[in-house]
Design a protein around this ligand. Sequence first.
Ligand SMILES: Cc1cc2nc3c(=O)[nH]c(=O)nc-3n(C[C@H](O)[C@H](O)[C@H](O)COP(=O)(O)OP(=O)(O)OC[C@H]3O[C@@H](n4cnc5c(N)ncnc54)[C@H](O)[C@@H]3O)c2cc1C
Length: 453
Amino acid sequence: MNGGVRRDFAVFFWLLAADVLNGPGGVTLEAGDLYFASRLTARQKKRQLVKLNLRVPADVQYVQSMESSGRMPDVIVVGGGVVGLSIAWELVCHGASVKVIDQRTVGREASWAGAGMLPPGRLTGETSGEGRLRALSCELWPDWTQALRDATGIDNGYQKCGAIEVSFERSLKSESETWAAAGNDVEFLTDERRRHYEPAISDSVKEAYRLRDFGQVRNPRHLKALVTACADSGVEFLEGAPVCGWQTASGRVTHVRTSGGQFAARQFVIASGAWSSQLTREAGAEINVRPMRGQIILLRCPSLPFRHVIQDRSRYLVPRADGRILIGSTEEDVGFVKQNTVNGVQSLLQFAVSIVPALASAEIERTWSGLRPFSGREEPFITRLSNHENLYVAAGHFRSGLQMSPGTAVLVRQMLQGHDPAIPLQPYGLVPAADDENSSTNDRLVTAQTQQQ
Ligand SMILES: Cc1cc2nc3c(=O)[nH]c(=O)nc-3n(C[C@H](O)[C@H](O)[C@H](O)COP(=O)(O)OP(=O)(O)OC[C@H]3O[C@@H](n4cnc5c(N)ncnc54)[C@H](O)[C@@H]3O)c2cc1C
């Protein structure tokens, strides 16, 4: 037995003794205790802590959590937004070694900027690709929240707050019936019922319905939980390293090329949000994903005037438990330009006050904008690129990337590990363009069969 292994056993028995002395409720470790255990890998520490029911203080960082082993990982994920991080977490939980490469800092682009709304869905009632992925993700959110909390101690703020869709002029009857037909809990609201749920909503509203199971998550906290859980599980992060191309041989990608060198892996996933087209093009495949800017205003109120998410088509108000309210959002086709504009901010403020007049006296805390990955279709791309055996893409989630991130991660993991997909993959493949049905390059067409390999 060498010195390192002896010390590992010593740490293990120390942890065990601490548990016995402190009873079945577990003990809380101090930061220094974890440094004492620093010879263990992050994964070993996590396993032992979970097994021994030890509570870890939220401010304690696991030592060496991002240790660089120099090993070739099973999978390199390009892009550390919510999609890439969720894929990394799902893969590492299923035994793969993973490296995440990001051109900037992980978790700071669209996924940070988003409002964190999580529309409901039921797998039994959904028939479209968009609906099935939404429903699959909806089922996964509670478990993912719990697993991330168990692993990191971070509460991502997931909750089912419900949503009320309102309109000033259009009829909402058929829209609410569509939700109901898919098995969702929806209530068409009389004025009296609307006032019962949310008296702060303006009486000028013509129609309204309520989706009881509509949820929300504090996306910056969710991203922090994902990064922490991934790092603690041995995922390696390389930040500030734009991927610029691929090294290939015999129909396989062998390396990803970055400004800081090239890195080998067995499989590669492009999860680069609005930037994904550039990377698929480098691999000889066209997907149409481009940025669509969304602006957000954050208000602060002494007390929340409403509890539901309130929506009017693409614009919405999202109440946070700490008294803040998000007003979103614009849809602007302006390229990779992230900024707030007078027009954008003005129209959002007008919208907010028209729905909830009491917001006129709220304090404006800050504004920001983000670049949604827009694909021009209902479903994102979740598929293998047919010209490379081991190159996959998960991108183009547009307005639903947070909501759909757990389902996307599960599907990608199933594709990479050759397992049957939880839902049919066909809708998330590349489709032939109308004028290019017989394209011989085949890069635009991936059949259901090849996707399910
Ligand atoms: C204002 C706004 C409101 C939104 N509200 C919601 C909502 O309520 N609910 C919901 O579900 N969704 C919402 N969305 C959409 C959601 O945020 C996106 O669909 C989702 O974040 C996309 O995640 P992603 O990981 O694909 O992209 P991103 O979060 O943009 O991450 C992509 C990552 O890839 C990296 N990258 C790019 N190119 C390269 C490269 N060449 N090399 C290395 N790294 C690279 C980037 O640096 C980035 O970190 C909203 C979006 C916005 C902007």
